[in-house]
Structure formats: structure tokens, C-alpha cells
Design a protein around this ligand. Structure first.
Ligand SMILES: Cc1cc2nc3c(=O)[nH]c(=O)nc-3n(C[C@H](O)[C@H](O)[C@H](O)COP(=O)(O)OP(=O)(O)OC[C@H]3O[C@@H](n4cnc5c(N)ncnc54)[C@H](O)[C@@H]3O)c2cc1C
Length: 596
């Protein structure tokens, strides 16, 4: 049976020592009064909820899955999910980072993000129900009319209602320009929506009294492609005069998918049968409005993967301490036992440290982005807000793709630590591997994220956003370049920074001649930049740990050891990735289609 302990000490290290959030919050008027004790208390309580209420439902939810009743179009979530959701609502958790104007507690996203890491580690499938609601909240908050906001936001904030995002259709997932769902204008200003959506997470369930669907559809006069897509809010139950759920709106769940992982989350086929909806934001600009939700969701998917990485790591360590097999190559270590615990073997340590480094690097990176989001939203200085927004735009595809690829590796390595037992369901590791796999696919596949990074975020703006991030790296390198103790971190970081700059220019030049070069280089390119980001944070964490070396606190010893492992064993992957990215598109395109 797996177990989970919220990694509060490491979260506190990241928030207080690495990012010094109290100083940052002091500059943001809505959070200026927030102190470290309150941050720690929220994390502690959040950890108790995640580990105590949600985690025990992870395996049972996976085994039981969701139940669909075709006669009533209803879905019942696995046993215990509804009760855990009620406890979540009663405790006020959905309101944590929401606008106080709509009943929220107004705490920073940085804190909400840390809470979500723990929820996801405890139970990704369950966490998707409230997670999508938060995305719907953000979208309506940014683009809804005052009336839409007053009708829907208080209920999403309290958690009484949940939300969805309905983009995908059977014939289009990545290429939403082909979307067919239609919206016909009505005399009263509403619209009748007709069409079919697939793969809609939390599209139907029994956790909440109403479901607020955000649906992409086309108006009759819509231009073709992505420029003709509009966004609509379509509640499961239409609201009566008092704003309470009334008449059933014909937006039905017609089936649920049977899938590899996240069994506890209902993945629904949805039919819209002249369902009533209302336009959100401007006509034909729906994709722009939806991007608010998609960006929040992309960071959310990164958090899903971080949570899985952490929980898989924790369990693999416990197993490696306990399982005895073989003797250490340097002589017996547990002489009282018939064999040594497998944690003595170098390659078992490699697997554990890989997962650990991906968890620690990912936590630093995700917390940093969440902090940039808070600055983008609330810093009084416009230029700071703009810089933060640029950084979030650059780093969001990396959070989504790099963390999810790494979680897949980490969960697989953690399973491997268990040998054959990892493959057996009762140990719980195979669930983590299955659950981790979807994160690389939804919210835009990782290929699409890498095209977004290289094509749009780097090349289309002539590398300006990347240079801004590079300047942060350079300034850290200059600040610590003469510190001998830091040389083992600073030298490879500085080298990689230079290589990323050159690589970006080289691909940009090639892309002038052949746009396919972007597609050929994008995936390894994103991984290289992901490593630059991790190397930067590991170097910063190593600096703090070195400064605290004499404190005798093992936490800093472990931090330093993980950073050294990262630089020695994971970062060198960039040499291969750079060669791949530079190798050009020729080897990919040379083979005639008919020869595949
Ligand atoms: C469990 C689950 C939950 C989901 N939840 C939701 C949800 O809540 N709401 C929602 O709207 N959708 C949801 N989705 C849909 C998900 O976002 C899509 O599956 C995903 O975006 C990919 O679309 P697709 O499946 O149509 O694949 P395709 O778009 O058909 O892609 C197939 C392959 O081709 C590649 N590809 C496609 N176009 C390009 C290109 N231009 N360049 C290079 N490679 C390309 C892709 O990377 C992929 O590898 C969910 C899916 C699953 C499985």
C-alpha cells in the first residue's frame, strides 16, 4: 500500500528561502499583510486534507472507476469522492486564491499552487474535479459580463458548482480550427448550441449541484478556422429567477471513456442538443478567452506531474530501504540481514535520485511561475507586470511539457525500484505510471507545447523573452562566478546558457529556409531550455545549501547532494538533445510516406 507525506519542509524551503515570498508578497497590495506563519499554516492544513481525506481514495477510485447510467445520462464518481468533495467545500478550500469580491479568500496563487501539488500527489483523478472549476473561474473572471460573473463566480468560488472546458470534438483536438459545434443566436440574446464534444474531463458527475460548461462553438457568420471560434457558458441546469439551478439544459453526457489511468475522473462524451448558452467575451475571439483557462490548466498539469513525481519517489525510497537483495559491491552493509537493502546499490540510487531531482527542480520552477503570475496580476508597477507576463508566457509550455515528461520518467524509475512488484497493482506504483501518461497528452500535447515555445515564444519575438530569462541566469552567474565553491554549478549553467542562445539563433536561421526545421527541432529544444531553467534553480538552491552547510541540518546536505546529482547525471542529457536539435529535419522527412 502506498503512503504519502506532504513535503512541507521542502515547500517551505522553496517559498521562504529560495523565493523569499514574504518580500515578494509585501510588494503586492492584496497580499502585503501575508506572513510566513500564515503561509505555513495553510500548507500544513492543506497537507492534512490531501493526505488524510483525498489520498485514501486514490487506489479505491482507480479500481472502481466512474459509473455511467445511459438512461438518465448521469455519472456517479467512485465511492467516497462526493463526501471528500463536500469536506473540501465545507472547509472553504475552493475559495483559497479567489477574488474576495466573489467570496474568495484572496490568497496568492503561489499558495494555491503548493496546495494543488499535495492534492495531486494524493489523488490526481479526484483533484481534476476542483482543478477544472478553478480554470472556469479564472476564465469567467477575466472575460465574463458583470451579470455572468455575479451568477456563476460565487458558486464556483464556494465550490457548490464545478466547471469544465469543452473544446475537443471527435475530428479535432489539436486543430481546433476544424471545430463544428454551432451556436444559433436567439431573440433574447442567448444562443442554442448543437454538436458533439469528446474527452471532457469532469463533464458529468454527482459531486456538485450544477456544472458550468465553457464551450467553444461557431456562430453562423463565423469565418473558417481558429478566427471563427466563440466561447459560451452553458450550465447543466439553467438558472431560475433567484439564480438557483432550475430546468435541465440539454447538454448531456452520452458516454464515458474507459481509459489507461485517472479512472476516478469522468472523461465524458457530451452532446449539445440545442442547449442554451451565453456568449463569453467577444464573438469569434473565443480561443483568446479560453487561453486564460488553458494557461491556468497548463500550470495545473505541471502540478499534477509534480505531485505524482513526489508520491512515487516517497514510496520508492521506503521500498528501497526495506527490500533486501544482494550485497553491496563494496562489502555487506546490513550484516545482521541475509542481504543488503537495495538502497545500497548505485543504480537503485540513480533511479531514486532521478525522481527526487525532478521533484525538487519541478517544485522550485512551478512555485516560481506561480509567483510570477501573482506579480503579473497584482504588482503596482506596470513594467513589472509586463515582465512577469512575458516570463509566464515563455515558461508555461516548459512547465507543461518538461514536468510531464519528467514525471513519466520518474514514475517509471520509481516503479523499477520495486522490480516485479512495481508491476503488480497492489503496490500502487503502476497506477502512478498510468496516471502520469495522460499529462503528456491533454492541454495540448507536449509536441504542441514545444512548437509553441520555439515557434511562437522564441522565434516569433526574436528571442526577446528568452533573452530576459537569460539575463537572470547571467546575472546569477556573474554574482557567483568567482566563488570557488559554486564553480561546479556555475560553469555548466553558464555554458548551457550560451549554448541555448546559439541554438535558438541557428534554428531560427534554418527556419527562414524551411519552416519544417522548427517542427524537427522543437521537442529536444524544449527539453534543453527546461534543463537551463532547472540548472538555474538548482544552482540557486545549492548556493543556499552551501551557505547553511555549517548549520548541521541534514536538509541542506541532502539539497546539495541532489543538486550535485542533477548536474552530474541529468543535465548532461542536454549534449545529446542539442545534437538532435541541430541535426536538422532531413533525417525525419527523407523517407517517402509510402515507405512507412
Ligand atoms: C483523459 C483525457 C481528458 C481530456 N480532457 C479534456 C477536457 O477536459 N476538455 C477538452 O476539450 N479536451 C480534453 N481532452 C482532449 C485532449 O486535450 C486532446 O486529446 C489533445 O489535445 C490531443 O488531441 P487529439 O486527441 O485529437 O490528438 P490529435 O490532435 O489528433 O493529435 C495526434 C498526434 O498528432 C500530433 N500533432 C497534431 N497536430 C500536430 C502539429 N500541427 N504538429 C505536430 N504534431 C501534431 C499530436 O501531438 C499527437 O501526437 C482530454 C483527453 C483525454 C484523453
Amino acid at each position: 500500500m502506498p503512503s504519502y507525506t506532504p513535503p512541507l519542509r521542502d515547500m517551505q524551503f522553496v517559498l521562504h528561502e529560495l523565493l523569499q515570498v514574504d518580500k515578494e508578497f509585501a510588494q503586492l497590495p492584496p497580499h502585503a499583510e501575508l506572513d510566513a506563519d500564515t503561509v505555513n499554516q495553510v500548507l500544513e492544513e492543506g497537507g492534512k486534507f490531501a493526505a488524510g481525506v483525498v489520498f485514501p481514495l486514490n487506489r479505491s477510485g482507480d479500481r472502481e472507476g466512474c459509473h455511467f447510467d445511459a438512461a438518465t445520462h448521469t455519472v456517479t464518481a467512485p465511492a467516497g469522492f462526493k463526501d471528500a468533495y463536500r469536506q473540501y467545500v465545507d472547509a472553504g478550500w475552493p475559495a483559497l486564491a479567489c477574488d474576495p469580491g466573489f467570496g474568495g479568500q484572496g490568497l496568492p496563487l503561489t499558495l494555491n499552487n503548493a496546495f494543488y501539488e499535495m492534492l495531486n500527489a494524493a489523488n490526481q483523478a479526484w483533484t481534476m474535479y476542483p482543478g477544472l472549476s478553478h480554470g472556469a473561474y479564472e476564465c469567467l473572471h477575466a472575460h465574463g459580463t458583470p451579470q455572468q460573473k455575479s451568477l456563476y463566480l460565487p458558486k464556483l468560488v464556494s465550490g457548490e458548482w464545478t466547471g469544465t472546458m469543452c473544446l475537443t470534438e471527435p475530428h479535432c483536438g489539436t486543430d481546433l480550427g476544424m471545430l463544428k459545434t454551432k451556436a444559433a443566436p436567439q431573440a433574447d440574446g442567448s444562443y442554442k448550441l448543437s454538436g458533439s464534444k469528446i474527452f471532457i474531463s469532469a463533464g458529468e458527475h454527482d459531486l456538485s449541484a450544477n456544472i458550468v460548461h465553457l464551450v467553444l462553438a461557431r456562430l453562423p457568420d463565423a469565418p473558417p478556422g481558429t478566427k471563427g471560434i466563440s466561447l459560451f457558458v452553458v450550465p447543466k441546469f439553467l438558472l431560475d429567477a433567484s439564480g438557483a439551478p432550475g430546468e435541465r439544459n440539454p447538454i448531456w453526457c452520452s458516454a464515458i471513456e474507459h481509459k489507461m489511468g485517472i479512472h476516478g475522473n469522468a472523461t465524458c462524451q457530451i452532446s449539445l442538443d440545442e442547449a442554451t448558452g451565453w456568449l463569453v467575451g467577444e464573438a469569434h475571439r473565443g480561443l483568446n478567452a479560453m487561453f486564460v483557462m488553458m494557461n491556468a490548466a497548463r500550470l495545473g498539469v505541471g502540478m499534477q506531474s509534480l505531485g505524482l513525481t513526489e508520491v512515487a519517489y516517497q514510496n520508492a525510497v521506503a521500498y528501497a530501504r526495506d527490500r533486501v537483495q544482494g550485497r553491496s559491491l563494496t562489502g555487506p552493509k546490513a550484516k545482521d540481514k541475509p542481504a543488503d537493502p537495495i538502497i545500497v546499490h548505485p543504480d537503485v540510487r540513480r533511479m531514486l535520485l532521478t525522481a527526487r531531482a525532478f521533484a525538487e527542480g519541478g517544485r522550485a520552477f512551478c512555485s516560481y511561475i506561480a509567483l510570477q503570475l501573482d506579480r503579473e496580476l497584482n504588482h503596482p508597477d506596470e513594467s513589472v507586470r509586463k515582465d512577469a507576463a512575458d516570463e509566464v508566457a515563455l515558461l508555461t509550455p516548459i512547465v507543461k511539457a518538461f514536468l510531464t515528461d519528467n514525471a513519466w520518467i520518474a514514475c517509471s524509475e520509481a516503479l523499477q525500484v520495486y522490480g516485479g512488484h512495481g508491476y503488480i497493482a497492489e503496490w500502487g506504483m503502476e497506477q502512478y505510471v498510468r496516471d502520469a501518461r495522460i499529462n503528456m497528452i491533454y492541454e495540448g500535447t507536449n509536441t504542441i507545447q514545444s512548437l509553441d515555445l520555439l515557434g511562437r515564444k522564441v522565434l516569433m519575438d526574436n528571442g526577446a523573452k528568452l533573452r530576459k530569462f537569460g539575463d537572470k541566469v547571467k546575472s546569477f552567474v556573474e554574482q557567483h562566478g568567482t566563488d570557488d565553491k559554486m564553480a561546479e554549478f556555475i560553469t555548466p549553467l553558464a555554458e548551457l546558457g550560451e549554448k541555448v542562445g546559439k541554438l535558438s539563433m541557428e534554428i531560427g536561421m534554418k527556419a527562414f529556409m524551411n519552416r519544417d526545421e522548427v517542427g524537427g527541432a522543437a521537442v529536444p529544444y524544449l527539453r534543453v531550455v527546461g534543463h537551463l531553467v532547472y540548472a538555474y534553480f538548482f544552482a540557486r538552491m545549492a548556493k543556499i545549501a552551501l551557505d547553511k552547510e555549517k548549520s548541521g541540518d541534514d536538509f541542506y546536505k541532502a539539497k546539495l547532494a541532489t543538486a550535485r546529482f542533477y548536474f552530474a547525471r541529468l543535465l548532461p542529457e542536454t549534449a545529446m538533445l542539442i545534437r538532435q536539435a541541430r541535426s536538422g529535419v532531413q533525417s525525419l522527412m527523407a523517407m517517402d510516406e509510402s515507405l512507412f
